[in-house]
Design a protein around this ligand. Structure first.
Ligand code: MIG
Length: 664
């Protein structure tokens, strides 16, 4: 049962795809008050209630105990003191005395105080919004109801389930080839190499620096023949430069965001002075999307959209004020306050709230100041590309994912979770985020494995990969200036081989489960409590997940651990992948057990009554032999498994499954 309540005049977001008639009366089970133009929804939490959701957010699976702010933000250092990340996914489910879901469809700032000010109160503060209250018999049922409300999840081509190598710092064709050769020499599988901002000419979107890439078409073709796709980055901001066609055309057509007087609003991002495409204007959005053609025509089939919160290093006006302010301080004796004033002028430049209140969009439902629609930007940038792909090659699935997002985006592309660090806590954060993302429809998702900022270690890399096997986007990515972390640079080649092989063996399972969840609106990664709602012990488990129908995982997320305690909410069989061989190591009854998990092995658990199809590992997805599947099984009677048999490339083939009956 879904009820919809409207407060004020909400901006149209296209988050939902179903019409829900307006409900009568008060918004139970919340109580509502209005203060200073904001709507404040409160609910008294039961002592044992858990709160799930919010998609890409910091902290644990159960969100109770912190305050979260939906305000898409380009944060150079994510940590648990923060309140916002890059996405705004305003859906929560309260699980406990009363179980219900709530979606706050508001693209401006929304604050979720989930037992922060008062451990027993949930308080949501929003601007004008459509609020949906969802009731159902369980968390999973409520999530399914929500997913039907927001529409089907994006499904990438199958090769996007292979392993990806990326690094900000690969500058030219030779760098790309070196990565390719590194993987081949080490006999490690690979399906994608990512191109970060340095492929562009002066950071101009849709250009390719001819000195660094003399013939991208040829390179893309030869890589593809070897099973590797090149995936370039696209930044939101467009360089201001006379003669640059994207800038000139957009300017002429009025497709960029403007200031209060209607002049293009100039921001500083990678290319320096830049303008922001007005992706809330459907014409401008499709126009920006149509620019991807320049790269599609060179054989590129996948993209990652960055800096689309939108991230702003400075606005031209504010920078110039800051410079004048500093110049005026020249020669003066600065006491500490004056000194902080001066340095503050620069610290305040990036992503300044006043800048977000200073430019405008021409959306179909009117001219909006950016601040009111802030969280829709990345979503609509990605939507524009997707809408254009639909014209370019209607049946083809392109790889497309973004940093910033809002619910609704999940129909057009996936996301990666931004600039994490090479910290053990961020491996755990990666795990905790996955179910929240699934709840909000973001199935094709993943974090920078090994960590983006700071230096990784071989041990962290191996543990992170052993978890990354189970995330749909499996990409090793790192920031400029960090230690090399390509899998072939480390010492224990056999360990990397074992772990990456496990991913490829698992692709028939992961892909089949993914497609089923996407088409049927179900969750791929689930906290234990979702499948065992009666089991109170399961509610406290923050570092284990179910992945698909058949598997439970319990990754090692601590340095120097040799294994870990695992909670089994039911009987399961332990599967160990060691030196390329599967070992079945006995059956565990419900309870807690210490399981040894050496650094070079992958351990997971097969649920009773379930099977897992595996392929013989290969060097890339196209080489997998999926006609000859081997089934891991924990069954005592013939059991059906639906294997996805679409072609992995077209939309029209999706939904083709083969039901295989597996004997005990
Ligand atoms: O300001 O393109 O999150 O993945 O490597 C940094 C360079 C811009 C941020 C992305 C990161 C990427 C980096 N980008």
């Amino acid at each position: 049962m879904i009820k919809k309540y409207t407060y004020g005049v909400p901006v149209k977001t296209d988050a939902t795809v179903q019409e829900v008639p307006a409900a009568e009366g008060e918004i139970a089970p919340f109580t509502l008050r209005e203060e200073e133009g904001k709507y404040i929804f409160s609910y008294a939490l039961g002592a044992e209630d858990c709160v799930y959701g919010l998609g890409e957010q910091i902290r644990g699976i159960n969100k109770r105990g912190w305050i979260y702010k939906s305000w898409n933000y380009d944060d150079p250092i994510i940590h648990e003191g923060r309140k916002s990340l890059y996405g705004a996914h305003n859906f929560i489910v309260v699980f406990g005395e009363k179980t219900f879901g709530a979606f706050f469809d508001c693209p401006g700032e929304v604050v979720f105080d989930i037992g922060y000010s008062d451990r027993d109160m949930l308080t949501v503060t929003s601007e004008d919004a459509d609020v949906y209250i969802l009731e159902g018999e369980s968390v999973l049922k409520i999530v399914e109801e929500f997913r039907a409300l927001i529409g089907p999840s994006y499904i990438p081509p199958k090769w996007a389930f292979g392993f990806a190598q990326s690094k900000w710092g690969y500058k030219c064709e030779a760098d790309i080839r070196a990565v390719y050769d590194g993987y081949r020499k080490a006999e490690l599988p690979l399906d994608m190499i990512y191109m970060d901002i340095d492929y562009m000419k002066d950071y101009k979107d849709f250009t390719v620096d001819p000195e660094r890439y003399p013939d991208l078409t040829k390179l893309a073709k030869s890589m593809k023949r070897s099973g590797v796709h090149l995936v370039p980055i696209i930044d939101a901001a467009v360089k201001v430069e006379a003669g640059y066609s994207v800038y000139e055309e957009g300017l002429e057509k009025g497709y960029f965001c403007t200031d209060a007087e209607g002049k293009p609003f100039i921001v500083g991002v990678w290319p320096g002075d830049s303008v922001l495409p007005d992706v809330l204007n459907p014409e401008a959005r499709l126009w920006f999307g149509s620019q991807y053609k320049a790269l599609l025509d060179q054989g590129i089939e996948g993209f990652w959209n960055d800096m689309n919160e939108p991230g702003i290093f400075y606005s031209k006006g504010r920078l110039s004020d800051a410079i004048s302010y500093v110049a005026a301080a020249q020669g003066k004796n600065l006491d500490l306050e004056a000194f902080y004033d001066v340095t503050g002028k620069f610290h305040e430049l990036a992503n300044n709230p006043d800048d977000y209140a200073s430019f405008y969009h021409n959306a179909p439902d009117g001219r909006h100041v950016h601040k009111k629609v802030h969280n829709l930007y990345g979503y609509n940038m990605t939507r524009g590309a997707s809408e254009y792909f639909e014209q370019y090659d209607p049946d083809r699935r392109f790889l497309l994912f973004s940093r910033s997002s809002y619910i609704g985006h999940h129909r057009y592309g996936g996301i990666w979770t931004g600039d994490n660090c090479s910290w053990w806590s961020h491996l755990k954060l990666n795990l905790a985020m996955m179910p929240g993302l699934d709840m909000c429809g973001f199935l094709y998702a993943g974090a920078d494995l090994g960590g983006h900022g700071h230096d990784t270690t071989e041990e962290l890399m191996l543990r992170w990969l052993a978890f990354g096997i189970f995330t749909p986007l499996m990409r090793n990515h790192a920031s400029l200036g960090t230690r090399d972390q390509e899998c072939y640079v480390f010492k224990d080649k056999a360990a990397f081989h074992n772990i990456l092989s496990m991913r490829y063996a698992m692709i028939p399972y992961l892909y089949s489960e993914f497609v089923k969840c996407a088409l049927r609106g179900k969750m791929l990664s689930r906290p234990l409590a979702f499948d065992y709602p009666e089991d109170k012990r399961a509610r406290g488990v923050e570092d284990q997940l179910f992945i698909g129908d058949s598997i439970m995982i319990a990754p090692v997320v601590e340095q120097n651990a040799r294994g870990r305690y695992v909670y089994f909410p039911a009987r399961m069989k332990l599967i160990r992948m060691k030196e390329g061989v599967y070992l079945e190591e006995g059956i565990y009854e419900k309870g807690d057990y210490y399981i040894e998990i050496p650094l070079n092995e992958v351990v997971f658990f097969l649920r009773e009554g379930k099977v897992v199809p595996l392929a013989k590992p290969a060097m890339n997805v196209s080489l997998l032999d999926e006609q000859h599947l081997y089934f891991l099984r924990f069954i005592d009677r013939p059991t059906e498994y639906e294997v996805a048999r679409d072609d992995g490339e077209t939309k029209s083939s999706l939904g083709t499954f083969e039901t295989i009956i597996v004997a005990p």
